[in-house]
Design a protein around this ligand. Sequence first.
Ligand code: NAD
Length: 375
Amino acid sequence: MDIKQLDCRSNPAFDHHEGVYLARDARSGLEAIIAVHSTNLGPAAGGCRRWSYGDRESAVTDALRLSRGMSYKNAMAGLPFGGGKAVLLAQPGQAPTRQEFEAFGRFVHTLSGRYVTAEDVGVSTENMRVVRERTPYVSGLPQEGEAAGGDPSPWTALGVFLSLQRAVAPIDVAELTVAVQGVGHVGYHLCKLLHEAGANLIVSDIHPASTARAAEEFGARVVPVDQILSVEADVLAPCALGGAINERSIPGLKARLIAGAANNQLATERDALRLHERGILLLPDYVINAGGIIAVAREYLGGSTRQDLVREVGLIPGRVAELLELSKQTSQPPSVVADRTAQRLIDRVPGATGADASVGGPAPVDNDAAAGHEA
Ligand code: NAD
């Protein structure tokens, strides 16, 4: 495997990242990037996304933005982790392979615990199980009984749902129409919670099978992908990829509240002001979608139960309420207030490396291949 450090200083998404690494493995076909944004609060934790990017620069930009978001997310969730993210560059229509994730596990292992991986878009619990054969620096693995962890998406959906519920109170969720963009792992679970609470659902996805399931199980109305953002609804829940809220989509938005799971929903910081000017409230994505990383982090650190997770994810709406109050007091968009708060939390521990891989975490894998000897 060929691994090199990338110099990303000229990329507009670069934000003093501690390190950005590119791995290429001819045998498995793996091409992957790991971006470590900050280890100030602990090892850089963040999921692994597998996506067909048009070019490598787009993948690097995504990794830079997502890893910074993870620093903010982990800080706001009060977790002893910094921020990092991995992206795997897939060819269009190319299915993931076992060899690819074995190689990715070896890549993760070369960072000696400075980065801890888990699932994100396009990656399954089963993929993470393969990664675990090559490195202990992975979470989001199947768990037995009441142990915390496993698939993070239901926990992500729970945090989003509770935050949405808190933001609309005293209006009951049952009185709402919610438009959900993307009914994959998190979107599906969010629809389930909303449906159980009596909400009316409108959904859209590039995969017809996903929308068909939401229609059948939750009575959701299906609209084409180019209509979901501007459909008549009380709440918009972006649960696909980032950048859905942008200069082009904002003028057409009908929903007064945006509360979804997708990372980096705002294409640019200017879009936060555009929303503010239109009187549309966006609940900061990395604050309300932290349920998954909380589950993954508690699994990695060990000793927590599902009941503990319910309690910890239940704290998210309180944080959202505080941010909204601060936003009102300062007349700043909630996302701006959240960014400042998160940055302060990260900077509060100057010089703490946190990169010590011994901060919790499972025992090393008993596997020669985990030594990353090919890297
Ligand atoms: P996923 O891949 O399971 O689901 C994403 C869905 O969006 C897929 O069904 C895909 O077909 C659909 N999609 C893609 N482009 C679309 C478009 N233009 N219009 C409509 N649908 C589109 O991923 P996921 O794990 O559910 O994650 C969804 C989002 O939430 C991502 O942005 C992810 O980073 C974020 N997130 C996920 C978690 C988690 O626990 N999985 C945690 C925090 C944040």
